[in-house]
Design a protein around this ligand. Structure first.
Ligand code: CA
Length: 265
C-alpha cells in the first residue's frame, strides 16, 4: 500500500481590490497547498469564473466596478461554488445579508490570514471538494470495507474514481464525469451528494443527512435534496425503477448501491 497520488490542487479565486492584501492571501493560500487566481474587481472576478470555474471564492464585498453582493448574486444564478466573504462591513445585519446571498461563511475585516486559511480548509472539507492540505488517505485499500466514513476520510482527495467497472468515472477535484459515453461536470451540490452517498458505504442516508452534505450549515439556502438526487440520477443515466447507482429507501432516503462502490482509476 503506497500513499495515494497527490490530487490536483483545489483552485481558489481571490476577489480583493487591495493589492497588498490580495498578495498576502495568495501567499498564504499557496503555502497551504492551493492554486490561487486573483481578481481585483467584481467584473474581472465574474469573467474569470465564467472562463474557468474555481473550487472556492474568497470575496470582498466593497469592490470597484461590480460590488461583491452583485457578484455573488450573479454567480449563484448557476453555481453553488463555496463562497467565503471577507468584509469590513461587520454588523450582524450585513453579515446575515451576506449569508442570505448564499455565501458559505463570513469573515469580518481585519482578519488573521491564518484564520482565513483555516476557514477555507473547513469549507472545502465540508463540501467534499478536497485539495490543499486536507486530502484524505484516498482509496488505497480498494473497494473493500471502509469503516472511517467521516468527513475528510476516503474519497474526497482522490483524483479519479471508477464506479461499477468503469460505467461511471468521476474526478472529485474537477467534478468532471464520464458515464456510459456521456461526459460533463457535476454541480458542486451534485458532487457533494455523490460523495456523501459513496462515503456511507452502502448505508442509507436520510434526507436530513443529505441536505447537510449538500448545503453545509446554511441549509436554508439549499434546494430540495430530491431535486439534486433527480438531477444526479439523470446525469448518471440511473433509472429509479431499476437503479445501478442510487437506491431509494422508502421513508428514509437514499443509498449508494455497494455493487457500484468506487475504485481508484
Ligand atoms: Ca474592498
Amino acid at each position: 500500500m503506497h500513499p495515494a497520488a497527490r490530487a490536483p490542487r483545489a483552485q481558489i479565486l481571490v476577489v480583493e481590490d487591495e493589492a497588498r492584501l490580495r498578495a498576502l492571501l495568495r501567499l498564504y493560500l499557496e503555502r497551504a497547498g492551493y492554486e490561487v487566481r486573483e481578481a481585483e474587481d467584481g467584473r474581472a472576478a465574474l469573467d474569470s469564473f465564467d472562463d474557468a470555474p474555481a473550487d472556492l471564492l474568497v470575496v470582498d464585498l466593497m469592490l470597484p466596478r461590480l460590488q461583491g453582493e452583485a457578484l455573488i448574486r450573479a454567480i449563484r444564478e448557476d453555481s453553488q461554488v463555496p463562497i467565503l466573504i471577507t468584509s469590513a462591513k461587520r454588523s450582524d445585519v450585513e453579515r446575515i445579508a451576506g449569508l442570505r446571498l448564499g455565501a458559505d461563511d463570513y469573515l469580518p475585516k481585519p482578519f488573521n490570514v491564518h484564520e482565513l486559511v483555516e476557514r477555507v480548509n473547513a469549507i472545502l472539507r465540508r463540501t467534499g471538494i478536497g485539495g490543499g492540505m486536507s486530502n484524505g488517505p484516498g482509496l488505497s485499500n480498494g473497494p473493500g470495507r471502509r469503516t472511517t466514513a467521516g468527513p475528510g476520510a476516503g474519497v474526497d482527495g482522490t483524483a479519479r474514481l471508477s464506479f461499477a467497472g468503469g460505467r461511471l468515472v468521476f474526478e472529485p477535484p474537477t467534478r468532471a464525469y464520464t458515464c456510459a459515453g456521456a461526459s460533463g461536470r457535476l454541480t458542486p451540490s451534485e458532487a457533494r451528494l455523490l460523495l456523501a452517498l459513496v462515503r456511507a458505504a452502502g448505508s442509507p442516508l436520510d434526507r436530513e443527512q443529505l441536505l447537510r452534505a449538500v448545503a453545509g450549515p446554511h441549509a436554508e439556502t439549499s434546494r430540495n435534496v430530491d431535486v439534486h438526487v433527480g438531477n444526479l440520477r439523470h446525469k448518471l443515466g440511473d433509472d429509479p425503477a431499476s437503479p445501478w447507482a442510487i437506491e431509494t429507501i422508502p421513508d428514509v432516503g437514499y443509498r449508494w448501491l455497494p455493487a457500484s462502490d468506487p475504485v481508484k482509476a
